[in-house]
Each structure stands twice: as C-alpha cells, then as structure tokens.
Design a protein around this ligand. Structure first.
Ligand code: DCP
Ligand code: MG
Length: 241
C-alpha cells in the first residue's frame, strides 16, 4: 500500500483582503513522512500557509494537492480526518479529559485514549487529577496549566490517524521540564506522518528534512539546517541571533 500524506503547494498566492497579498507564489513539495519546517519573522505568513492547507480559506491563485488530489475537490470532513493539528491556542471544551482526547475520533476505545495520552506524555499528570480521565475540565481547560493543555492537545492529535500533521509551535513559556515532555510527545507524534512545523525556537527545526524561510510572504531560502547555515543568509542570521 502506498504511504499517504504527500502535500504539494503550486504557485500559491493569497491575501486575506483584496489588494493585500500575504503569500506570493509559494511552491512546496512535502513527500509522505517528511518534516517541513517554516521559519521567519512574525507576520511572514507561516500560519497562513497552514491555514490554506487546512482550507480554512480559499486560495486565489495556485493549487494545493494532497496525495495528488486538488484540495478544492476534497470534502471538508475528509480533509479534517487527513490532517491533525496542534495549534498555538489549544481548544479544549468543558467535558472530561477522556472526551477531550477522543474529540474527532469518537470510535476510540479507552485503551486508545490512554495510549495517546502516553505518546503525549500526558498520562502521568492525568492520573494525578482528582478523577483521572473522568475529571471534568472547566471551559477551555481553565483548571489546567498551559503546558497540560498543550499535552492534551498533543494527545488529541496522537489518537487521530491523520497522515498529515500541523504543529504551530507555542511561543508561550512552559517550564523546561514540561517543554522536554512536550518535545518528546511531538517527536513521537511526527513519526510516520508528513509534518509541517512552525517553529519559533530554531532548536526544534534542526532535524527537519526541509527548512523553508519566509519573509513578507515569499520563500527566500530553503534547505537543511546545515545547508542554510553554510549559505550564511537569513536563516544563519536568525539562528545565530
Ligand atoms: N493576517 C490577516 N488576517 C488574518 C491573519 C493574518 O490580514 N486573519 C495578516 C497578518 C500578517 C500576515 O497576514 O501581515 C501573515 O500572518 P501570519 O499569521 O501568517 O504570520 P506568521 O504566522 O508568520 O506570524 P507569527 O510568527 O507572528 O505567528
Ligand atoms: Mg503564526
């Protein structure tokens, strides 16, 4: 069976409002299982690219293909089940921890919920909650720390069988121990999936198959960490601060 998760952006040009172009002629090819990192200054268009892959907005010019199929022809439901996301602001709802993890995979068994929580390194903190997996979360997970909310979001992505993963890295400061947990969870999550990671901390993009540097909506450099350091351009500047 062919591995799934190929994503191709072809000459994508986009703006949120007429007359203000946010992305200009973006070309990206992600082969199944590859990890592609987007870096660049704030406002460069990183989140916008992932918004378009998710088809949160319609593209003006250019096309996006998933496994050779134009996303304009993919039903939204089908697109949702093909893409898992861990975004900057985590969306939890008032319900139990279990319900929050199972969100989007209602057929998942209790064992699968626990397995996903373990991948996300969330299992141990969940077990310490008053009712464990049956603990009711207040709206938006207000009774959890930021890091814990993030881990639940990772667990939610881990339970999904989507071949494509989008990670919009949180800039928020969680403590270094939690950060280590989150990184470990992310690594396991990315295994065997095509991953687009938007990273503010360059340390997390070093091992990407391809790093794409965006500036004002255009790709200005791309390559591996070593290639871009050798180039001595924008990535080098960002990396060496
Ligand atoms: N923009 C807009 N309307 C939106 C979202 C963004 O007009 N609903 C604009 C703001 C920026 C540009 O689009 O000028 C690119 O925004 P992105 O969110 O794509 O930028 P980044 O993700 O690269 O920035 P950050 O690193 O701050 O997350
Ligand atoms: Mg962003």
């Amino acid at each position: 069976r062919r591995i799934k998760g190929e994503v191709v952006l072809k000459d994508v040009t986009f703006g949120y409002v007429p007359g203000k172009t946010v992305l200009k002629r973006i070309n990206v090819t992600a082969k199944p299982g590859q990890k592609i990192a987007f870096v660049g200054s704030t406002g460069a268009g990183k989140t916008t690219i992932t918004n378009l892959i998710n088809r949160f907005y319609e593209i003006e010019e250019g096309e996006i293909y998933i496994d050779g199929i134009n996303i304009r022809r993919i039903k939204k439901d089908s697109l949702r089940s093909n893409i898992a996301m861990v975004l900057q602001d985590t969306h939890l709802f008032s319900g139990t921890v279990r319900e929050n993890i199972r969100y989007g995979r209602l057929d998942a068994t209790d064992e699968e919920v626990v397995a996903a929580a373990k991948i996300a390194c969330a299992h141990s903190f969940i077990e310490r909650l008053p009712e464990g997996y049956d603990t009711v979360l207040e709206g938006d997970g207000a009774n959890l720390s930021q890091g814990e909310r993030q881990l639940l979001n990772i667990a939610r992505a881990a339970i999904s069988k989507a071949p494509i993963l989008i990670l919009d890295e949180a800039t928020s400061s969680v403590d270094t121990r939690t950060e280590k947990y989150i990184e470990r969870g992310m690594d396991r999550l990315m295994k065997n999936r095509t991953t687009f990671v938007i990273a503010h901390r360059l340390s997390t993009v070093r091992n990407a198959d391809l790093i794409i540097v965006l500036e004002h909506g255009e790709i200005i450099e791309q390559g591996t960490h070593e290639e871009l350091l050798d180039l001595g351009g924008r990535y080098y500047q960002l990396y060496t601060g």
